[in-house]
Ligand binder design. Structure first.
Ligand SMILES: Cc1ncc(COP(=O)(O)O)c(C=O)c1O
Length: 497
């Protein structure tokens, strides 16, 4: 394949030969059982690896593939490794990952029906399935997005337009409302809520952070008090955002009670279930989302805890009309009345995005292959592993669990060096001790990461650093948990803690 024409893989035979090689190499890597979670390559090493001028002439794609193995595969975070406990990065289901091959070749854009007819109808059906699980009625709708952050932005745009009226779409925030709109969310809500308010011209200061209780859930009494007080001061409650599966600890706000308060003030009720929404598929834990059906909009990211490759987020709304009122636009080149069937559905009327990939196919493959029960069982399995971890860190003297109940697959805890295990909580909480202990956690995490035995992030809650483990690999088992806890203790001793 030395000639340019060969590199185009224009014949079926050439494409197949190369395709088989790409697939083989990828599967060798994925099923070959990477020993380390990360190679340990430094920034400088990675820079050097890719430091070359733009190639003027091409080369055999098979050589490019070999280079990709050497440079990219080797120095990737190995997401399918059973000891990756990271940032909602799942081990993707092979059936979903392989569905990305037809997605790329078919190259449907699901913004306009005419660029993706079957894709549009498939995604509409998936949206219906998810809305039925949520408990929304027939008028519900939704749209797949690049992720939860964008879904949250779309939801808050709907909320803004509901509060300001449709004119704001043309003329911006009316003077009478500028600086008076307020959005309420717990201190644990995802940063994309504040960023969305910035983008929408309300400013991050319009976000009112409501205190959480000891279980890291929004305090509904505080929400009610704050909204009443703000109304008395002439402020306008635009939306209340509850989180189902917080980023830090995976806790779920009391959705039903929050819905009642939001409804009492006529505010849009949005639930960011980007993470915890996966529980809808579980037969054992779906009731943890009680009250979700009362939302006006729900963010749910299958690319988190439903084991889909990136990217696949989604926004699901009670009213299709409200979503369309907020996003409908008729550019000349896509005009409806030029079409044979004006009832064709164009997703760009319901989204921030124009041209976008056919994201739904992988989830359709997954649900058709595993069924709702099968996918739900995988969620349950990760939950069991999280419960095992919760028990172990509660039982072993060298660990201190964070005090929340485990509601999704996240477990937060920290390591206690031997000499500090008998100290009172009060002593450990003193600023000097806390910052020493914080440094211990950071040092251990960095060392475990460097060795490539496992990967997990540290997070700061209040001013205290914890390890945050998320179980997003359906193949991770209790044995992996035992191994990583033992590794942490061993590493800590070797570091002199
Ligand atoms: C609760 C929650 N909402 C939204 C997001 C944003 O999702 P994405 O990164 O897919 O945009 C995250 C990401 O971690 C999250 O934890």
């Amino acid at each position: 394949m030395r000639r340019f024409a060969d590199a185009l893989l224009a014949t079926r035979k050439q494409a197949e030969q190369f395709g088989v090689e790409v697939l083989r190499s990828t599967l060798d890597h994925i099923y070959g059982g990477a020993r380390r979670t990360y190679s340990g390559a430094t920034l400088a090493e990675l820079d050097r690896l890719f430091d070359e001028p733009l190639p003027e002439t091409g080369r055999d794609p098979r050589r490019v593939m070999r280079e990709c193995r050497r440079k990219v595969f080797r120095h990737s975070m190995q997401m399918s490794h059973p000891r990756i406990f990271g940032l909602f990065n799942p081990a993707p289901l092979p059936v979903a990952a392989l569905a990305e091959i037809p997605v790329a070749f078919l190259n449907q854009s699901v913004d306009a029906w005419k660029a993706g007819p079957a894709a549009t109808h498939l995604e509409m059906r998936l949206i219906r399935w998810i809305n039925d699980r949520i408990g929304f009625g027939r008028r519900a709708f939704g749209v797949f997005t690049s992720g939860g952050g964008v879904a949250n932005t779309i939801a808050l745009k709907m909320a803004r337009d509901r509060a300001t009226g449709a004119r704001a779409r043309r003329t911006g925030l009316p003077a009478r409302l500028s600086r008076r709109l307020r959005v309420y969310a717990s201190g644990q809500a995802h940063f994309s809520i504040g960023r969305s308010l910035d983008l929408l011209g309300l400013g991050e200061a319009s976000l009112v952070r409501i205190e959480v209780d000891g279980a890291m859930k929004m305090r509904v009494d505080r929400l009610a008090e704050t909204m009443r007080r703000d109304r008395r001061r002439g402020l306008v409650p635009m939306a209340v955002v509850a989180t189902a599966g917080t980023t830090n600890t995976g806790n779920i706000d009391p959705l039903r009670a929050v819905a009642a308060v939001a409804g009492g003030h006529g505010a849009h009720f949005h639930v960011d279930a980007a993470y915890g929404g996966a529980l809808l598929f579980s037969s054992l834990y779906a009731d943890r989302l009680d009250g979700l059906a009362l939302a006006d909009s729900v963010t749910l990211d299958p690319h988190k805890w439903l084991f889909q490759p990136f990217s696949l987020g989604g926004l699901f709304v009670r009213s299709r009309q409200a979503l369309s009122d907020s996003f409908r636009i008729e550019p000349g080149y896509l005009k409806k009345d030029l079409e044979a069937e004006p009832d064709r559905l164009d997703f760009y009327h319901y989204s921030l995005e124009g041209t976008r990939p056919f994201r739904g196919l992988k989830l359709w493959f997954t649900l058709k292959s595993l069924g709702r029960c099968g996918l739900g069982r995988l969620v349950d399995r990760t939950m069991e592993v999280a419960q095992h971890l919760e028990r172990e860190v509660g039982r072993q003297a060298c660990f201190e669990p964070f005090q929340t109940p485990v509601e999704c697959a996240s477990v937060c805890f920290r390591y206690l060096p031997r000499r500090w295990r008998r100290m009172s909580e009060q002593t450990l909480a003193s600023p000097a001790m806390r910052s020493r202990l914080n440094r211990v956690q950071i040092r251990i995490q960095q060392e475990v990461e460097r060795r490539g035995f496992a990967w997990f992030p540290t997070i700061v809650i209040g001013q205290t650093v914890f390890f945050r483990f998320g179980i997003f690999n359906y193949l991770t088992g209790p044995g992996d948990i035992d191994a990583v806890l033992a590794h942490i203790s061993r590493t800590a001793s070797q570091l002199g803690f």
